[in-house]
Design a binder for this molecule. Sequence first.
Ligand code: MG
Ligand code: MG
Length: 270
Amino acid sequence: MHAGMIHYKTIEEIELIRESSLLVAKTHAELAKHIRPGLDTLYLDRLAETFIRDHGASPAFKGYQGFPYSLCISPNEVVVHGFPSADPLKEGDILSIDCGVLLNGYYGDSAYTFAVGEISEAKKRLLQITHQCLMKGIDQLLAGNRLGDVSWAIQQHAEQAGYTVVRELVGHGVGRMLHEPPELPNYGKPGRGTPVQDGLVVAIEPMINMGRRFVVQGRDGWTIKTADRKPSAQYEHTVAVMDGKGEALSTFAYIEEALRNNKHNTVIIR
Ligand code: MG
Ligand code: MG
């Protein structure tokens, strides 16, 4: 799926990917207004699809290789690619929501793990460390570095905290395609892999497990869970290399604003 040449983007293309990524960020913020115990996640999926279409875009995941929904909804031990469901959210759940849009011919892709009501201290720490992994990865996206430096920074931070990194799923180039070269694993060796240079646009998306790193696939052919059923978290930004360094094109700022105005939720990361 990721084989082939890397397409380095022009500034004009990066600005279009930024627009797509900001629409993803605003879609997440719409969801953040509503997340609370008792809500079902099919509701969130409909909300996201309507919001995306109202902004002249289409949900990137719906129909992608047959995926049936606009959002990937992955609670607790679900790592990624979970289906929205009619089951009500429960106090203490963590909920990873991955969203992508196609706008003006370019994709944006971002994921955020939410806390549903009050969550345990152990889950708070998992969210904080996973978010730090993403930011440390972005910090290594520097001209002169290689993608292995990004991968290593993520792995190092997760493992130092006593967590593990999912290896079966990886970050990726983003542009005219949702997934394009290069692949960007969340584990690796410094100094190896694709050189970082201006025009590279990648989705960095660490999936960090509280327990062991192993995952299993559900019978629906999509849902990926931790094998030990311990919680997993994910944060993802679409990031462009400009003037020699990585700049996130997606943002969590709108989500944080929405969470501060939602009495059922608290901002865990920051
Ligand atoms: Mg994503
Ligand atoms: Mg992605």
